[in-house]
Design a protein around this ligand. Structure first.
Ligand code: CA
Ligand code: CA
Ligand code: CA
Length: 921
């Protein structure tokens, strides 16, 4: 093993390239890199390339250390290849007017171009106010804006014959990345298109109306210090025609390199204060992934985790002896003069949770146990739960020991410094640099720096040469994450000397940064579960931003519109209905939801899931809300907002943008477009007015009658979209509930509305308990007419019994209903039944009477003989004489009986038909 290692070390040394003449300038390239040649493999750990089987490190590159130009490295290794000329301007980012490349090809005022295609490839290092890549001018008449291409972080601009067109980009440009940009202009269709990396990203129509011509072409400067360019430029070509989309795509993808017929990149340029290299065309599209290493000595495991993660990467994991050896040699060659990392540096593994179960500390994912251990390791048991890497492999180690931290990047990270209210994105984005061993420095795309000076982190404006803020002491002493800064000048409207929370983060815009600088997805912020390790994602979840002049008693109104009313949408959700017919009332349990827009408010970080958009109770109680007046009930005024109310903000519209003053990723949503919704449960008894004339064949309705008010005068209106929903069963004890609806009628007062609950009575019970028994009783009493005429006692007895039962039924039916002064249908029916029975009894008496007098006159003796004998003994003749007097009709008993049967039947049928017809209509 020893021998193998020695051989490997020798290999490193043998591959050292001579350092002379490859680095002709003393300018510093901002990043420490070591270039790894093509021959390496492609195993990848968590996005960080790490194959180390051929650790040939450019000695020159390592020896130069902090001054290592990326492109020069490329030239160094690929210098033999015939390549494209690539110009580098203002490598250190210091704006100068003098860095420019002037076109040597043929250009004359007489060559006029109408339609055109205008392409360039570039890589930004830093951005001045306007990064001018190319310009064409007519010098004599001072027409400086004949043709121009400029770039910003989030937009580009093309100027064609003094008309300029901003083209916003969907993406934001990164520093240190190649982009291919083309503009086309068709002078017949007036279409101006912008292509980024071969794809159309923006278009516009504009009739330029003038040709493009000029006599002077420059690249890398727009003739003013603020219009100069810092970065790399190549392949600037202009054609006097519109190239097809396919041609532009093939240029962007390095498959072709046609030269422009108006301006050709190969025609030659004179450089002033700029440098040129040759780079093979293919490398512009498939750039070598060069690793960047940052080293931090004397850190505990926790500090090492933090510093790498807050820089946007993780501690390394090694899988072979070669890797450990490579890193060991790397630090020795990169920082030969420093007291460089001793034997150990931290790895991202630990077994803190469970002994001998090794997990990644950043996502707790398990790794298999085949990772590379040094001899006799792991041996620390519960005393050594972190993993360090040394010359012989990985060891378990005490987490509190001071070891080295090594952070590896495949490309420069982009950091955002939030909470500064910087209007220009170039001053928000930063890149990290390590210019000395263990050091750290952040430079913005623009002119700001965050650097450590005399032990204090300073936020610094290099253009004005002025400190903006200094960081309050913090452990660990790095600016990444959410930190308090002491202001040295006004920031975001906050005067100095004040303390301001600001955030330096490597997270991208769809992330939220935890206090420790680690990233979680943005929608995990304030979602009621912890996602950050430091639990900072559930802190300070303010949802509502109240303006200074917010008053709870003032309703939201549109300024300037005197008669405007705030429309409030009301939504009822009725859970249960209990109707009391006798008391003429209705008990409801329901939820009342009111939705309105408060144009004074702004909301932060609204979620798509409304139920997460709950303001805190104290914020909720500060909100204005309508007062609910329930009109047909004892409870009169109901405040909507109370502790048991549920308040949510509904996200209906997209965000207005980021809050530039917040030290976090905060999206702002407008109160004009995203409504507030307050819902509260009520249980209320409402008074109803029932008209029982048709009982039990009646339909009723009962209304919830309410008014929403605000203060004394009502500025509120019920929105026509208001709705009602009933969740219970349609069939109640006594009623069938039909479709509920919200009534909004013209005659109502402002803010007044009713919810109508229509009900149809279920008459089955009445039929069963009243109508059928009474009908049977009536029929029985009618049937007594068919009994033998002779048994008067039985006939009358049966009819009287029926009458008695009917009267009882009547009393019973009336007692279960409200006392009304008018007749109900059921009353009429029962009265009729009673009446018919009464009539039958009368007929019985008449018939009997008739029969008796008839008997007296005629024969029928045999049957009554014994009776008559007794009566005769008592001399009954006299009363019979009297009876005959009030029965003057000379009709026979049979006729009378027929009359009784027929008339009663007719009466019954006529009544039932009439009754049914009345109910039906
Ligand atoms: Ca252990
Ligand atoms: Ca150990
Ligand atoms: Ca969370």
């Amino acid at each position: 093993m020893e021998e193998a290692m020695v051989v490997e070390v020798e290999a490193v040394k043998a591959s050292h390239l001579p350092r002379s003449q490859h680095f002709p300038r003393a300018t510093c390239y901002p990043l420490l890199r070591s270039h790894l040649p093509d021959t390496r493999g492609a195993t990848t750990h968590h996005g960080v390339e790490s194959d180390w089987t051929h650790p040939r490190v450019s000695n020159a590159a390592l020896a130069m250390g902090r001054c290592l130009p990326l492109l020069l490295v490329s030239a160094l290794l690929f210098g033999w290849a015939v390549g494209l000329q690539v110009f580098t301007f203002q490598e250190n980012g210091v704006a100068t007017e003098s860095s420019v490349a002037v076109y040597e090809g043929e250009v004359s005022l007489s060559r006029k171009v109408y339609s055109l295609t205008f392409c360039m490839r570039f890589k930004i290092f830093f951005l001045q106010q306007r990064g001018t890549i190319f310009f064409l001018q007519e010098t004599a008449k001072e027409r400086f804006w004949m043709l121009r291409g400029e770039v910003w972080v989030d937009k580009v601009r093309v100027t064609i014959s003094h008309t300029w067109h901003f083209m916003p980009l969907d993406i934001q440009l990164w520093a240190f990345r190649w982009y291919h940009l083309c503009f086309t202009y068709n002078h017949t269709s007036f279409l101006i298109q912008t292509f980024l990396d071969g794809k159309v990203v923006q278009h516009a129509y504009y009739d330029v109306g003038r040709p493009v011509f000029g006599d002077y072409i420059g690249v890398g400067n727009g003739q003013a210090i603020t219009e100069s360019y810092s970065g790399v430029i190549t392949q600037v070509n202009v054609w006097d025609k519109v190239l097809s989309d396919e041609e532009i795509l093939s240029i962007a993808h390095c498959k072709a390199d046609p030269q422009g017929n108006f301006v050709s990149w190969e025609a030659g340029w004179t450089l002033y204060n700029a440098t040129a290299e040759d780079v093979p065309l293919a490398r512009l599209c498939h750039e070598e992934q060069e690793r960047i290493y940052f080293w931090f000595p004397d850190t505990t495991d926790a500090e090492a985790q933090y510093v790498c993660e807050a820089l946007g990467t993780h501690l390394p994991i090694v899988t072979s002896l070669e890797e450990t050896l490579y890193l060991y040699e790397l630090v020795k060659t990169m920082w030969p003069d420093s007291d460089h990392c001793p034997v150990y540096y931290w790895s991202s593994l630990n077994d803190k949770e469970e002994e001998d179960v090794w997990v990644h500390s950043y996502n707790t994912s398990l790794i298999d146990t085949t990772s590379f251990w040094a001899p006799n390791e792991p041996n620390g048991g519960r005393y050594e739960n972190c993993v360090a890497i040394n010359y012989f492999g990985t060891i378990d180690d005490d987490c509190a020991w001071k070891r080295c931290a090594l952070c590896t990047f495949t490309e420069p990270q982009r950091f955002s410094f939030l909470g500064t209210c910087e209007p220009e994105l170039r001053n928000v984005y930063f890149v990290a640099y390590q210019e000395e061993y263990g050091g750290l420095l952040f430079k913005s795309y623009g002119a700001y720096h965050i650097e450590k000076r005399n032990g204090t982190w300073v936020y610094f404006d290099t253009v004005k040469d002025q400190d903006i803020a200094t960081m309050e002491p913090f452990d660990p002493d790095f600016p990444m994450g959410r930190r308090w800064w002491r202001l040295e000048r006004e920031v975001c409207g906050q005067e100095k000397p004040g303390q301001r929370l600001m955030l330096l983060t490597p997270c991208l815009s769809h992330h939220f940064t935890c206090d420790d600088g680690t990233c979680i997805l943005h929608h995990h912020r304030c979602d009621l579960k912890y996602d950050c390790r430091d639990r900072s994602d559930e802190m300070e979840c303010e949802l509502i931003s109240f303006p200074q002049d917010y008053h709870q008693h003032l309703p939201p109104r549109v300024p300037g519109e005197e008669n405007s009313k705030l429309p409030v949408t009301i939504k009822f959700t009725i859970k249960s209905i209990d109707v009391q017919t006798v008391k003429m009332s209705m008990k409801l349990s329901y939820e009342l939801e009111m939705i309105w827009f408060d144009n004074r408010l702004n909301y932060f970080n609204l979620k798509a899931n409304d139920s997460l958009n709950n303001p805190r109770l104290d914020a909720m109680m500060k909100l204005w809300s309508p007062l609910v007046k329930l009109l047909n009930t004892d409870t009169i005024d109901q405040p909507l907002l109370a502790e048991d109310a549920n308040t949510v903000v509904k996200r209906l519209a997209e965000s207005l943008g980021r809050d530039e003053g917040a030290a976090a990723e905060v999206d702002i949503y407008s109160g004009k477009e995203n409504p507030l919704s307050v819902s509260r449960k009520y249980s209320t008894v409402y008074a109803c007015q029932f008209d029982l004339t048709l009982y039990p064949f009646d339909s009723q309705h009962c209304d919830i009658h309410l008014q929403i008010v605000s203060g004394q005068v009502s500025f509120l209106d019920v929105h026509p979209n208001s709705s009602v929903k009933y969740l219970g069963s349609d069939v109640l004890n006594e009623y069938q509930i039909s479709e509920l609806r919200v009534l909004l009628e013209e005659g109502y007062e402002s803010g007044e509305t009713r919810v109508r609950i229509p009900m149809t009575r279920l008459y089955g019970n009445s039929i069963l308990t009243i109508y059928i028994p009474s009908l049977i009783l009536m029929i029985i009493s009618y049937l007594t007419l068919f009994f033998r005429t002779a048994i008067f006692d039985v006939r009358v007895m049966v009819a009287l019994t029926a009458l008695l039962v009917l009267a009882t039924l009547f009393a019973q039916a009336s007692s279960s209903l409200p006392q009304t002064s008018y007749f109900k249908m059921v009353d009429i029916w029962l009265l009729f039944c009673v009446g018919i029975t009464f009539l039958v009894i009368i007929f019985h008496i008449l018939i009997d009477n008739r029969l008796f007098s008839h008997d007296n006159q005629t024969k029928v003796q045999a049957f009554n003989e014994p009776f008559r004998m007794k009566l005769g003994a008592m001399k009954p003749a006299a009363p019979r004489q009297g009876r005959r007097r009030w029965a003057p009709l000379s009709i026979s008993v049979e006729q009378l009986e027929l009359l009784a049967k027929a008339s009663t039947l007719l009466l019954i049928i006529a009544f039932i038909v009439g009754y049914l017809v009345y109910i039906m209509t």
